[in-house]
Design a protein around this ligand. Structure first.
Ligand code: DQA
Length: 141
């Protein structure tokens, strides 16, 4: 099984960015943990701070990946384009967030991705990614 993780804007700063909210681990280090844990899964990782690059990456996932784990970060709450891209591709996408966006500011309660995602996992810290990968494995069983 091949799974692509896509991280959106500012998630390249994990480890130093607002550690009380996002923890103090770099995503690159956590990605190694995921590769060790899910040895049977071929994991890939893409990060961009640019909306169009995230859309292009979603398009490229078609025929390449069995599933996408998407943390579109701030674009979750603003991007009709990323929501449309998720809807346009036949690859299942699980939306994830590190923080519980529903316990935060009102503007973080809206997601353009949730209505077109396979499911949403949020509020479990970096473990949200682990749970999303697990959900793809479980649905193959
Ligand atoms: C986030 C939540 C978003 O509201 C925020 O803009 C982020 C990170 C999360 O993973 O908790 O950048 O997607």
């Amino acid at each position: 099984m091949k799974i692509l993780i896509i991280n959106g804007p500012n998630l390249n700063l994990l480890g130093t960015r607002e550690p009380d909210t996002y923890g103090n681990k770099k995503f690159e280090d956590y990605f190694v943990d995921l590769q060790l844990k899910f040895g049977e899964v071929e994991l890939s990782y893409f990060q961009s701070n640019i909306e169009g690059e995230i859309i292009d990456e979603l398009h490229r996932a078609v025929g390449e990946f069995d599933g996408v784990v998407l943390n579109a970060a701030a674009y979750t709450h603003t991007s009709v384009g990323i929501g449309d891209a998720v809807k346009a591709i036949e690859v299942p996408v699980v939306e994830v967030h590190i923080s519980n966006t529903h316990s935060r500011e009102e503007f973080r309660h809206k997601s353009f991705i949730a209505p077109v995602a396979k499911g949403v996992i949020l509020g479990f810290g970096l473990q949200s990614y682990d749970l999303a990968i697990q959900s793809f494995i479980n649905s193959k069983k």
